[in-house]
Design a protein. Structure first.
Lengths: 112, 113
């Protein structure tokens, strides 16, 4: 069974800092990996999707990488802003199932 | 937002009553999903559908049933609500064929008293 871990559970940084969020998983047989953002009381917003055959994806100040051999993904946020404050979730679509398996998330606070 | 709406957005109900949550999409996507989100458990799949009248169970399907009579609507029913089903329920669709990217609705907060 796929298990997904996100460390740290919470992170607080000053505005302007570059930061990295981590996601690790136990089963490397995956279709893809998605990073989501969730604001309090809201739904999930898809940020980036990395296909199994890809190593990284970029969107604006966000860069996500995937290393299947080590079972790890990182989400890099450049020049953080208070508006980036949210919970960030990674989720994997494993090859043996049609469902996403989610990590428990990292709650990010960017201080002005 | 991939044209996904959920109704109701908030509901309070009593133990033992039936409850139906509705997910509606406007873009003719084939795959639809119901998840629940709970502190300490994250998001977990309840049921999913891969076409009209085609559904299957997810990780936490006990106590829930689903129906999909039209492409655009996916209904989640709690036949007899229990306090353990107090949660936030999210509907999702699978987008562009081949990427399997999922998009989520705004959620329904259900409280069972």
């Amino acid at each position: 069974k796929q298990e997904v871990t996100q460390i740290p559970a919470a992170l607080s940084v000053p505005e302007g800092e570059n930061l990295v969020l981590n996601c690790s998983f136990t089963d490397s047989a995956i279709y893809n990996l998605q990073w989501f953002r969730q604001d309090p009381g809201k739904g999930l917003t898809s940020l980036l999707l990395i296909q199994s055959s890809q190593r990284e994806q970029t969107s604006g100040r966000l860069n996500a990488s995937l290393d299947k051999s080590s079972g790890r993904s990182t989400l890099y946020i450049a020049a953080s802003q208070p508006g980036d404050s949210a919970t960030y979730l990674c989720a994997l679509l494993s090859g043996s199932a049609r469902q996403l398996t989610f990590g428990s998330g990292t709650q990010l606070t960017v201080l002005p | 937002d991939a044209g996904i709406t959920q109704s109701p957005r908030h509901k309070v109900t009593e133990t033992g009553t039936p409850v139906t949550l509705r997910c509606h999409q406007t873009e003719n996507h084939r795959y639809m999903y119901w998840y629940r989100q709970d502190p300490g458990h994250g998001l977990r799949l309840i049921h999913y559908s891969y076409g009209v009248k085609d559904t299957d169970k997810g990780e936490v399907s006990d106590g829930y049933s689903v129906s999909r009579s039209k492409t655009e609507d996916f209904l989640l029913t709690l036949e007899s609500a229990t306090s353990s089903q107090t949660s936030v329920y999210f509907c999702a669709i699978r987008g562009t064929e081949g990427t399997y990217e999922q998009y989520f609705g705004p959620g329904t907060r259900l409280t069972v008293t």
